[in-house]
Design a protein around this ligand. Sequence first.
Ligand code: PMP
Length: 413
Amino acid sequence: TAPVTWSSVGERRDAAMGGPVAPLFYDEPLEVVSGSGAWLTTSDGRRYLDAYNNVAVVGHADPTVANRVSRQLRTINTHSRYLHPEAVELAERLVATMPPGLDTVLFTTSGTEANEVAWRLATELTGGSGALIVDHGYHGSTKWMADLSSNEWPPGHQPSAVGRFHAPHGGADPTASVAAAAAGLEERGHRPALLLADSGFTSEGVHDAPASYFSGLRDAAHAAGALYLADEVQVGYGRTGPLMWRFLQSGVVPDLVTIGKPMGAGYPMGAVITRREHVDHFAQHYEYFSTFAATPAAAAAGNAVLDVLEDRGLPARALVTGDHLVARLRCLAATTEVLGEVRGTGLVVGVDVASRPVARALLQALVREGALAGLTGAGGDVLKVRPPLVWDESHVDHFIACLTRALGQVAAG
Ligand code: PMP
C-alpha cells in the first residue's frame, strides 16, 4: 500500500475539505503523526505535552485498546443489527456505573447523535416541542443541535423553540432563570420538552455548580413539564474523578444522560442512557437503530477503554492530579495580571485570561513551548486545560513550566 504522505497536507486539506468551514486547532495546525500516553509527536519530530485531548482519556495509542480493536477488526466488524457480546457487555458495564433506574443504553456514533436521540425521546415522552439550554453551551453539530448550542449562533439568531437560562455563577439558584426561559417558550407556542446542561459547563467557561444548582435545574425542568438531560460528553468518563460521571457528585439523578468523546478512544461512539420505561414508551411508535453504533469493533474499543480506566484507577487519579494542577495554576496566577480565577474539578480546568487577544497569544505561545491547551467561554478568554487522565504530577509540573515560559513570551510582546 502507498505510504501516508504528509507533504503539503495543509493546502490539500484546504482544497479538498472545505478550509475555513472546518477550522483546526491553533494558528499553525499541527501535523500529529503519532502519540503515546500524554505525548504527541508532529511530522517535524517535535514532542508536545497533550493538555487538551478529550478523546484520549486513557492516553494516546493505548495498547489495550489497539489490540482489542484490531483483533475484532480481523474477526468481524459489521452492522450493529446482529447479536454480539461486545455491545451487550459494554451496555451492562455502563449501566453498572449509573444510579439505579438509569438502566437502558441506546448506542450512537457521536455526542451529537446521542443528544438528538435524547431529544426524540423527550419530545415523544412529554409532547413538548421546546428546549431549555444554558446560555453559551454546546451540544452538537446537526441543525437542531446547533440551535441548542448558543455559542454557535451567528448574531441575531434566536430559534423560537429554544429558551436560554444562565450558567451557574457562585451559588446562584437557577429556578427563576429557567422559569423565565420556559415562560418565553410558552409565549412562542412551545411547551418545554427537554432541559440540557453540560454538567461541567465547559463551553460556558468551566463552572463548578453546587448540588443545589443541579437539583434546582431538575426541579425547574420538571415544573415546566420537561425532562432533564445531563450532557456528560465532555466531562464524563472519570474526568472530574473519583466517580465516572460529573452528575454523580451532585447526587441529582437526571432523566437522561448522554456520553461520547472518549468512549471509544477515537473510535466514533456515543450513547444515551435512560430509564427502560422511557424507551418502552418511545417503542410504542418508533424503533431506533444506527448502523455503526456499537459495532463489534466500536464496542471492543468501548470495553477496552473501561478496562484501562478501571485497571489503572484513572478516575481517582484524575482528582488527585487535578488538585495539584489547580493548586499550581493558582500559585502562578497570583504572580501575574494575565491570569485570573482558576476553576474546575479533576482534570477539567478553566483559567480566566485578561482578554481574548491575550488569551489567543498565550495559547499560541504555549504551543511554541510544547504544550497543547484550548480556549473556551463566552468571550473566548478562558484557558481550558483538559488533558488525558494518564497525567500525573510530573505532567502538571511540565505544563506549568511551559505555561510560565509562555507567559514570559506574552509579557515580552
Ligand atoms: N455535548 C458536549 C458537551 C460537547 O462538548 C460536544 C462536543 N464538543 C458534543 C455534545 C458533541 O459531540 P460530537 O462532536 O461527538 O458530536
